[in-house]
Design a protein around this ligand. Structure first.
Ligand SMILES: [Ca+2]
Length: 265
């Protein structure tokens, strides 16, 4: 009987946990419009996404299947041509690494690994491996302000690293109205601000890189609902600034689509 009541209590607590509200941010909502959508290979367990010129660069995670790919932003005509379009280039990542996000600085692509404490560096044009650097802690997100590399590790802290040897030069706590914002994941630095998505949330936050304060948030739950996903790990994860289109491309892990979003003034 005792076990029965213990089990009942556990079930009640689980139900209660489900009813509790998710973290509510105080930051002002940022409104946007969907300018376009395109196909995204659902085989990609998206960790990092960026735009360079007319191409996407994307990293895909998991052990034994991590890879780095590049493909044109413009799609061929016809549904089947879109679905079957080959990658422009594809570079498998050694099986012992779980690839995370990537950043582009100069002619180099910097790819973080999740728990392997290794930063892998590739040539942008050929996707050939060049060298690796080590760091302490986990790798979740990475972007650049044009000088330094900025890393997230799933906590509420961002780490600024030098690009040449990946030394930490400063850390920054991210807060929203004084409250810590944890689980920071994919990052994108755009025109003086850091944009970050939060793991398992349909939100992208706009962050002041000087103070770490959250300035606003984009709610992408409506965009994600359009996809009718059935796996809880198919989370939003991928923010790429498209300078030419003055808009963000966003996608997620194993999503079949990518969306082009423009912030409303
Ligand atoms: Ca990005």
């Amino acid at each position: 009987m005792k076990q029965f009541f213990s089990a009942l209590l556990c079930i009640s607590l689980l139900c209660l946990a489900n009813l509790l509200p998710v973290t509510v941010y105080a930051a002002a909502p940022i409104s946007f419009e969907i300018l376009a959508e395109r196909t995204h290979k659902p085989t990609l367990f998206t960790q990092g996404l960026l735009v360079d010129g007319d191409h996407f660069y994307e990293s895909s995670g998991l052990y034994n299947q991590s890879l780095l790919v590049t493909y044109p932003i413009a799609e061929p005509a016809g549904t089947w041509a879109k679905i079957s379009a080959p990658f422009t280039k594809k570079q498998p990542v050694p099986a012992r690494y779980f690839a995370e996000v990537l950043a582009l600085l100069g002619d180099k692509l910097y790819l973080l690994t999740w728990q392997e404490q290794t930063l892998l560096i590739y040539d942008k044009t050929t996707l050939n491996y060049q060298k690796s650097l080590s760091y302490k802690g986990e790798g979740w997100g990475l972007t650049t302000d044009g000088k330094q590399l900025i890393r997230s590790d799933g906590s509420d802290t961002l780490y600024f690293h030098t690009a040449d040897d990946f030394t930490v030069t400063k850390t920054l706590k991210i807060t929203d109205e004084g409250k810590a914002v944890a689980q920071l994941n994919e990052l994108e630095f755009v025109e003086g601000f850091i944009w970050a998505n939060i793991w398992h949330q349909d939100r992208i936050l706009k962050i002041d890189p000087a103070t770490g304060k959250v300035l606003g948030e984009m709610d992408l739950s409506g965009v994600k609902q359009k996809l009718q996903l059935n796996n809880s790990e198919q989370v939003l994860n991928g923010i790429a600034w498209d300078e030419k289109r003055n808009a963000f491309w966003i996608t997620g892990k194993n999503w079949p689509k990518m969306f082009l979003l423009r912030i409303r003034p």
